[in-house]
Design a protein around this ligand. Structure first.
Ligand code: ADP
Ligand code: MG
Ligand code: ZN
Length: 575
């Protein structure tokens, strides 16, 4: 018996050698990776754990292995039937005695499951949080020795997270219902606030907390701004991107069910094996679509966020956001569904000013306390600022997650082609002043006309304002960049409920900081200092296509660099 497993409390507890052997025999993995070994050791020893490991980091074995090795039945709470089914089927195929109790399980099967559990022949039982709300289920569990209780996707407990499930709120009572049974919560959501909420709500105050690095060195990330994007143009850009990756498996995230159906159809018309997936479909239908995505080579899932949690497909080569997600957490989790096999994969996000309004509308339509909403709005703003910023993508996200020492990735669109940065603090002050003077009466283009002093349609009172024509140092396209950037930073706001939105001032504190020169505004690209200022839709369109094309031309070369780097590393390790 290995030394570390010696303990006076339990007679012959399993140790890490047993855990490694199980991992090897049942899962075929040579060893634990990252923080898995630490998490498993803690759980094996019967202590509470919160493990924050990246998507694809292997959170499942962190609770499955201790549950199997410790005496008694391991109870796993999982938020989705599809997730449970996947895991239970996989475990059964590997020879582990696992079962699930959900609404789809027949009475006969239920009886068989409880019989097996009472006979001590069941290692793992998966249940939904709603299932656990049923008293008779708790009664039955009380008759059994439990090895541990695992709570998968634990961020669902928190309103601060991005997948809040009210049913998860009740899981805190497990602490009292099953005193002495160790509990392990796992999630890929890293921000401190959600983490604190998990600890508090699940009563994990005594838990050891493990937070792994969120680096995903095989992911090549990029963001493309939608220029004056109509829906048709955005769709066309997405279809281009997918066609250039023909034969590869990928996920395209859309913000709405309609968008999903539309893009999936357009992709099929373009000869891609695209499958739509959203919550408007029945469960069976969704399961079939998921099965196809997992089985068919080169399948592209076009989905809303209803798709993805826990989906374990190793060879997803790209994740494209046709519409950006709502936060950096959601972004990281969603792009993290690419490249789980460790091979190069891409995350490409399309974003535009109209997505901000869309996001605000979405938040407005949900019942949530104002305080929570304010936090969600702030989170979306951080994401948009990152997308429109000029900091290495993974570095920006990892720093936000608290990895203050995260370096640059050397590999994202920003690292491989550092954009020109233009100090637009003075211009930002002008734009903010103009919006303030105009009292929020104008939309974006009219604000720009005002700055340029364009005389068409000018109101008599308007040309009397001190801000009239103060922006002639920047071209019209330059102003578009600057004003859009101010929208992305939340310094300007558009009314989300208006088809032709008016522009107003954003967060007053932040606006004051810009006025005082305490906050510098940097924009990407150089706004040509020309006074022509003619509307140039064609150029704008070409810009977008050029951006998408440049992105693509670059990608292959960058993957070669990454492959070479990995080869060198592998060679070094062999010496
Ligand atoms: P998560 O829930 O953290 O997103 P999963 O538990 O679904 O991740 O695991 C993702 C993939 O990683 C699975 O295919 C799993 O078999 C694999 N995996 C887990 N642990 C290891 C390991 N130690 N070595 C290699 N592969 C692993
Ligand atoms: Mg998982
Ligand atoms: Zn980078």
């Amino acid at each position: 018996m290995p030394a570390e497993s010696a303990s006076l409390a339990s007679p012959a507890p399993a140790g890490m050698e047993d855990a490694r052997e199980l991992l090897h025999r049942v899962w075929g993995h040579p060893d634990f990776r990252g923080l898995q070994a630490d998490v498993v050791a803690e759980a094996l020893a019967g202590r509470d754990v919160l493990a924050v490991l990246p998507t694809g980091g292997g959170k499942s074995v962190c609770y499955q292995i201790p549950a199997i090795l410790r005496p008694g039945l391991g109870l796993v709470v999982s938020p989705l039937i599809a997730l449970m089914t996947d895991q239970v089927e996989a475990l059964k195929q590997q020879g582990v005695a696992a079962a699930r109790l959900d609404s789809g399980v027949s009475m006969d099967d239920r009886s068989a499951i409880w019989r097996a559990a009472r006979a001590g022949e069941l290692d793992l039982l998966y249940v939904s949080p709603e299932g656990l709300a049923q008293p008779h289920l708790i009664d039955r569990l009380h008759e059994l020795p439990l090895s541990l209780i695992a709570i998968d996707e634990a961020h669902c407990v928190s309103q601060w997270g991005h997948d809040f499930r009210p049913d998860y709120r009740t899981l805190g009572k497990l602490a009292e219902l099953f005193p002495g049974v160790p509990r392990i919560a796992v999630t890929a959501t890293a921000d401190a606030r959600t983490r604190e909420d998990i600890v508090r709500s699940l009563r994990l105050d005594a838990a050891e907390v493990f937070v792994d690095s969120f680096a995903r060195p095989n992911l090549q990330l990029s963001a493309v701004r939608k220029e004056n994007a109509s829906r048709a143009r955005t769709d066309a850009a997405v279809i281009d991107l997918v066609r250039q990756r023909r034969g590869k498996s990928g996920v395209v995230y859309c913000g709405s069910r309609d968008g999903c159906d539309r893009v999936a159809q357009a992709l099929r018309d373009a000869g891609t094996n695209a499958i739509a997936y959203h919550a408007g479909m029945g469960t069976d239908d969704r399961d079939r679509r998921l099965a196809r995505f997992l089985a068919e080579e080169g399948a592209v899932m076009v989905a809303t966020i209803a798709f993805g949690m826990g989906v374990d497909k190793a060879d997803v080569r790209f994740v494209i956001h046709a519409d950006p997600p709502g936060s950096l957490e959601a972004y990281w989790q969603e792009i993290g569904r690419a490249g789980r096999d460790g091979e190069p994969a891409e995350g490409i996000t399309l974003y535009g000013p109209s997505d901000i309004a869309w996001n605000l509308r979405r938040l407005d339509s949900r019942p949530m306390p104002e305080e929570v909403k304010a936090v969600q709005v702030g989170k979306a703003r951080r994401l948009f600022a990152m997308l429109d910023g000029a900091i290495c993508r993974p570095q920006a996200v990892r720093r936000y997650f608290g990895e203050t020492d995260a370096g640059v990735c050397g590999f994202c669109d920003i690292c491989s082609d550092p954009p020109a940065i233009y100090d637009a603090t003075v211009q930002a002050q002008k734009a903010l002043a103009a919006v303030q003077r105009l009292g929020g009466r104008f939309g974006r283009n009219r604000v720009i006309d005002h700055l340029l002093g364009k005389t068409k349609d000018v109101q008599p009172w308007e040309s009397d304002l001190s801000t009239w024509g103060i922006g002639q140092d920047v071209s019209q396209n330059g102003w578009r960049d600057i004003v859009d950037h101010l929208l992305f930073e939340g310094l300007l706001l558009e009314d989300p409920n208006d088809g032709k939105p008016l522009v107003g001032l954003g967060d007053p504190e932040a606006v004051r900081a810009v006025y005082r020169g305490e906050r510098a505004i940097e924009v990407r690209r150089v706004p040509a200092a020309s006074l022509t200022g003619r509307s140039e839709p064609r150029r704008a369109r070409n810009d977008r296509n050029a951006a998408v094309e440049a992105l693509d031309a670059d990608v292959r070369a960058r993957f070669e660099t990454l492959r070479a780097w990995r080869r060198d590393r592998a060679a070094e390790q062999h010496v």
